[in-house]
Ligand binder design. Structure first.
Ligand code: SF4
Length: 499
């Protein structure tokens, strides 16, 4: 998974529905290289995020996150009004705005526009929403060569692979994999020197920028007041894609709006710090309309289109899930999540991975199709703590689990297990009884360790290494501590403590 290119038909995002996450997650856990790449990259980014927030904002770090969350929440609470304002302003600036209800419609509009203009070569900057709509295969099928220009996405494209992280798509690869991909696909001598690799990519992409007649981008933010499209990149490729070709098509989810320019400052501050621990991304483009003929501008596209995409977002806009649309796709929750760190992005079987992916994928694509994802989290709260717009992801995950139970998506055993657990926690006596039974069973297993029948169910110092029944899933990955002879309550009571 970590280094080899994907074979055709083995694309990480082409999964069978309903998606069973376990085989892929199990494979990822056993992949030592993947563990190293993803583990070190995510922990480094998570550390960097904490550090830069503390250095810049000190004790007021939480305040700016609250402010960013409030800006987005306010916009979402009045989304119809801000959408109207934005469309008016964008059209006044010369942008042709198109509305798409579904991914299929968005792709169809894009292909139609490209064909009407006779476009043959498209340069594209990184955009999660176009991954969501699977735009590139549609353009290619329509005979329009499409080149990803973000370095990570470019490498992913050469390998016929799929991004495994919202911000750093090739987090699961290292430079030797890049060197091999370049040698194989671009016919250059193998090197794993990062500078040489960057130069090869630059030379290759410059040729494409010169010849391209279509540029496609996403949008990090849309400003309702001015009708502007905001793009944040670190490589400058966004600038080339949106200014060199004669036609620029931007695609954005309807949730990308912020009311005014003054709000953009807040969002940019939290986005770059949360995504890559930078004070600001290297390039921030604020695009307001195409090239101005009246003002004698020499650069920029002669026609600029924006496709505003719904694709399930208005469904998420209902009150109980609305906060999810505050997401600015910074990836901080992925970096903080202990599950993402172990299983990597492809295990989620979807463009959006990590805690945010575990919630929005089932909402966008059907809970029945992704029943494992809401369970793929320990509910530790690290994602909530990391989120720059304060989305309560654990609460949302629990909400999805509740919906699964209500719709009968969970298995009978799971429902019975949760029912029994719930009952045991309802009264003091039932809790004590359940705890005693559990302790007795586990200690019995431990005591059988010494007997021939006990075999290797237990390792030394009171750790179960191979549990029976449902516990086997747990102990296949880690040992389980056997309980002490006396519970804490008994120990406490024996010392005269109140219970
Ligand atoms: S949910 Fe929050 S932390 Fe996760 S990607 Fe979205 S904004 Fe970033």
């Amino acid at each position: 998974m970590s280094a080899a290119p994907q074979a055709a038909g083995d694309h990480p995002l082409h999964v069978q529905l309903p998606y069973d996450m376990r085989p892929r997650a199990g494979k990822a856990i056993g992949d030592v290289q993947l563990q190293q790449f993803v583990g070190s990259a995510t922990s480094g980014k998570d550390r960097g995020r904490r550090q830069i927030f503390a250095e810049t904002f000190g004790e007021r770090a939480d305040e700016i996150r609250r402010l960013a969350g409030a800006i987005k929440q306010h916009t979402l609470d009045h989304l119809d009004w801000y959408l109207d304002r934005f469309i008016d302003a964008a059209e006044k600036a010369g942008v042709l705005v198109h509305l798409a209800s579904t991914a299929e419609q968005a792709n169809a509009i894009c292909v139609r526009l490209a064909k009407e203009r006779g476009c043959k070569l498209c340069v594209k900057s990184k955009s999660m929403v176009t991954e969501e709509t699977e735009l590139v295969p549609r353009l290619e099928a329509a005979g329009i060569e499409t080149v990803e220009t973000d370095l990570g996405e470019f490498i992913i494209q050469l390998d016929h692979d799929a991004p495994s992280h919202i911000v750093t798509p090739m987090i699961h690869k290292d430079r030797t994999a890049v060197g091999r991909a370049f040698a194989r696909e671009l016919g250059v001598p193998y090197t794993d020197d990062p500078l040489k690799l960057a130069r090869i990519a630059r030379d290759h992409l410059r040729q494409k920028y010169r010849k391209a007649d279509l540029g496609i981008s996403g949008a990090n933010f849309l400003i309702a007041e001015t009708g502007s499209i905001v793009l944040c990149t670190n490589e400058g490729n966004g600038r080339f894609c949106t200014s060199a070709p004669s036609t620029h098509i931007a695609i954005a989810g309807i949730e990308k709006l912020v009311p005014r320019m003054e709000h953009l400052g807040v969002m940019l501050k939290v986005l770059a710090r949360s995504a890559t621990a930078q004070p600001l991304t290297c390039y921030t483009h604020i695009i307001t309309g195409p090239r101005g003929h009246d003002t004698g501008e020499h650069d920029g596209p002669t026609s600029l289109h924006l496709i505003l995409l719904d694709n399930g977002r208005t469904e998420i806009l209902r009150e109980e899930t609305r906060e999810l649309l505050r997401c600015i796709r910074c990836g901080a929750c992925l970096n903080a999540c202990p599950v993402y760190r172990k299983v990597g992005g492809h295990s989620y079987g979807s463009v959006y991975s990590g805690p945010i992916g575990a919630v929005i994928t089932p909402l966008l694509k059907g809970l029945e199709n992704y029943p494992d994802l809401p369970q793929a989290t320990p509910l530790c709260g690290a994602c909530h703590e990391a989120c720059p717009v304060k989305i309560d992801l654990p609460k949302q995950l629990i909400g999805l689990r509740r919906r699964m139970a209500e719709r009968g998506v969970t298995s009978l055993w799971e429902r019975l297990g949760y029912r029994a657990w719930g009952l045991s926690l309802r009264w003091g006596w039932s809790y004590r009884l359940a705890a005693s039974v559990q302790r007795w069973v586990l200690r019995r297993l431990a005591s059988r360790a010494g007997s021939p029948a006990g075999g290797d169910r237990i390792v030394s110092r009171g750790w179960l290494s191979r549990g029976p029944g449902p516990l086997a899933g747990w102990t296949s990955q880690r040992d389980f501590p056997t309980p002490t002879a006396t519970s804490f309550r008994e120990w406490w009571k024996a010392r005269g403590g109140q219970t």
